[in-house]
Ligand binder design. Structure first.
Ligand SMILES: NC(=O)c1ccc[n+]([C@@H]2O[C@H](COP(=O)([O-])OP(=O)(O)OC[C@H]3O[C@@H](n4cnc5c(N)ncnc54)[C@H](OP(=O)(O)O)[C@@H]3O)[C@@H](O)[C@H]2O)c1
Length: 331
């Protein structure tokens, strides 16, 4: 089969490799579309824990079940599916267990014509979505879902700030929060991206490159109940100023850096909560897909590249010029 293989000291390269061999309980999925996540970029540049070579990246995929292993219901064959990349989350829904792993390192991922996975990670592809739109959902959608609802405890009527609206996770966070009846504000790097966020239902946004972005936001929204910040960096220091008392700030990434020094007095006086989050559980994945179905949500696909152009797609992600998800068309 054709696959994009990451080797030591090489770029991702299109290669001919063996099709995966199934163990009991596993299924083979013929991938139609795969989506990129920032993780694929971090791994490609060597900035990720546990990198091994060779590796086939890709955590997100949609496709058709083509074979089933021993013990798997043969009725899966021919079914149109998407894959949950959050594997072995464990028994405690508050945090992942020691066996937790993500599809696409250490196990070979979806940037290939076929991927194998356990049958428990198969979910029916939402019928109203194309292969590309469906492939966009899993990792980013799940992460945004848990961050907003489980960790951020977002409810209808809350005011939520999504930092970096153009990110894959950010575009889903906007869509999930709007569907839940929250009022959504964003930061982003251009007027065009803020306009796209408004097109998804955000009320307003400001450019995080403006020196007074936080003051602008405060004037617009007067205070936030939940903030989703996967960028961190210097901008994080302004968040305590613009949060309402009791607000939850949730993070699962640091695209722009780490935690800067920030005003601890403001943080504890307002009794703010800072919460870390990681992808999500099977129950959250199912609840997210129910939400997609109920609200007929269509994920934002920024651009679709052929599988052979995976490096071009990763370069686009490096530059953060996308709004929403970058997708590879596989077959
Ligand atoms: N822990 C987990 O389970 C988990 C899961 C998913 C993602 N992550 C992490 O979360 C982050 C986002 O992932 P992703 O796949 O959604 O990323 P992505 O699609 O590559 O988006 C990155 C975005 O970061 C924003 N950004 C860059 N510099 C910024 C700054 N100084 N201030 C505010 N925003 C800034 C940009 O937003 P604009 O386009 O709006 O300018 C950019 O589009 C990554 O660091 C990723 O590794 C972690």
């Amino acid at each position: 089969m054709k696959a994009i293989v990451l080797e030591a000291n090489e770029k991702n390269t299109l290669k001919e490799v063996e099709k995966p061999v199934l163990q009991a309980g596993e299924v083979l999925v013929q991938i139609k579309a795969a989506a990129l996540n920032r993780r694929d970029y971090w791994i490609t540049i060597g900035k990720y824990a546990g990198i091994k070579y060779p590796t086939i990246l890709g955590s997100d995929g949609s496709g058709i079940v083509s074979e089933v292993g021993q013990g798997v219901d043969a009725a899966w064959i021919g079914k149109e599916v998407i894959l949950n990349p959050s594997h072995d989350y464990g028994d405690n829904p508050d945090f992942q267990g020691k066996d937790f792993k993500i599809l696409g390192l250490p196990e070979d991922g979806t940037f290939a014509e076929y991927v194998k996975t356990k049958a428990e990670y198969l979910y029916t592809k939402p019928a109203h979505l194309s292969w590309e739109q469906a492939a966009a959902i899993p990792l980013a959608g799940l992460t945004a879902y848990r961050a907003l609802f489980t960790k951020g405890r977002l409810k209808a009527g809350d005011k939520v700030l999504i930092v970096g609206a153009g990110s894959g996770t950010g575009s889903f966070a906007i869509q999930w929060a709007v569907a839940a009846g929250a009022t959504v504000y964003v930061t982003s790097s251009s007027a065009e991206k803020i306009a796209l966020a408004k097109g998804l239902g955000a009320t307003a946004g400001v450019n995080y490159k403006d020196a007074d972005w936080a003051e602008q936001l405060h004037a617009l929204a007067s205070g936030f109940d939940v903030v989703i910040d996967s960028a961190l960096g210097e901008g994080f220091a302004k968040l305590p100023d613009i949060c309402n008392p009791g607000a939850r700030i949730v993070t699962f990434g640091g695209t722009a850096g780490d935690f800067p020094a920030f005003n601890a007095r403001k943080f504890f006086y307002k009794q703010l909560q800072l919460l870390g989050s990681m992808m999500g559980t099977a129950d959250e994945f199912k609840a997210m897909l129910d939400m997609v179905d109920t609200h007929q949500i269509v994920p934002v696909v920024d651009e679709v590249f052929p599988l052979e152009h995976a490096n071009e797609a990763i370069t686009k992600m490096e530059k953060s010029s996308q709004f929403g998800k970058i997708v590879l068309k596989v077959s």
